[in-house]
Design a binder for this molecule. Sequence first.
Ligand code: SAM
Ligand code: SF4
Ligand code: SF4
Length: 340
Amino acid sequence: MSANKLSDNIVIDKLGRNLQDLRISITDKCNFRCRYCMPREVFDNNWEFLKRNELLTYEEILLVIDSFIKLGLKKVRLTGGEPLIRKDMHELIRIIKNKYPNLEIALTTNGSLLSHYSQKLKQAGLDRITISLDSLEPKLFEKMNDTKIPITQVLDGIKSVCDLNFKNIKINCVIKKGLNENQIIPLIEYFKNKNVILRFIEYMDVGNSNQWNMGQVFTKEDIIKKINSKYDFSLIGREKRSDVAEQWIEKNTNQKIEIISSISQPFCSNCTRARLSSDGKLYTCLFAFKGFDIKKILRENGDITTKIKEVWEQRDDQFSELRNEFITSQKKVEMSYIGG
Ligand code: SAM
Ligand code: SF4
Ligand code: SF4
């Protein structure tokens, strides 16, 4: 197979979903302590982050991608933890893009280090970038993201990718009821004439640390009600069947926004995403209890392609659809290990 062409192979799970996307958490470390992801009382000075040799090297990540490509991979997203704190991560993008020019590469970042890296990321061949921003108010930003890094640093990062004319810029905004729904309208205003798509995400019960409860979820319906008290947004739908987000468009300004309704309207039936955790385990769902140790097989020179295929073919995850049946004391994987 030539590297210019991606494989036409298809691997199907038990519910008929093909393996198409891979999210790779390249580090479990982060310079923020967002309350909904890495609350400081859990991720404190005693928390043991992974040691260097526990992380996959960039060469190992490329080997994993080689295997996924053989199984039909079309898109990879690099995430974390905060991916930009891993040294020279733009080099990882460069080596993946050099080998697979047609593989779409995306990055999710909190934006705090972005101004410094945006040029390098563009030169390396990054196709898509998503930056997280939950509030435009400095005090609320500080509270939700629990960081002393000023919000201006994130806004400068967003500006730098806009100035470089990145094509696919998105802003992830997690809405927690009673906390930041008052930011929805200001965010829409702020990004109105910028080349970015704002996406609102329902607060999710990922990991075991954020003390989630349903009462804190500002649902898609709540979001629509709020925005349409001022604007006239109507549904376009999903760009691709497997997309997590639905797009909406404003009648008068043509501004597009997206909503991810994993809690109130789950979309497991079209979920084509595999996840590689920062410690080299393969997970087939964001809410999984167990991963498969790909790093171990890789370091023993084993056949990871066959293992990945076997794992995917056994997959029957649909956590969000069956949420209420999963009330258990079993521990889920943490978001910072597995990425968003
Ligand atoms: N550190 C990077 C960032 O924040 O963009 C990448 C990793 S972060 C885990 C990926 C995405 O997951 C972010 O957009 C974040 O807002 C989202 N996220 C984290 N915890 C969440 C939760 N409990 N519910 C919904 N989204 C969450
Ligand atoms: Fe860090 Fe991203 Fe989690 Fe916030 S959401 S703590 S920035 S990994
Ligand atoms: Fe996919 Fe699991 Fe999310 Fe459902 S709950 S959409 S299977 S990651």
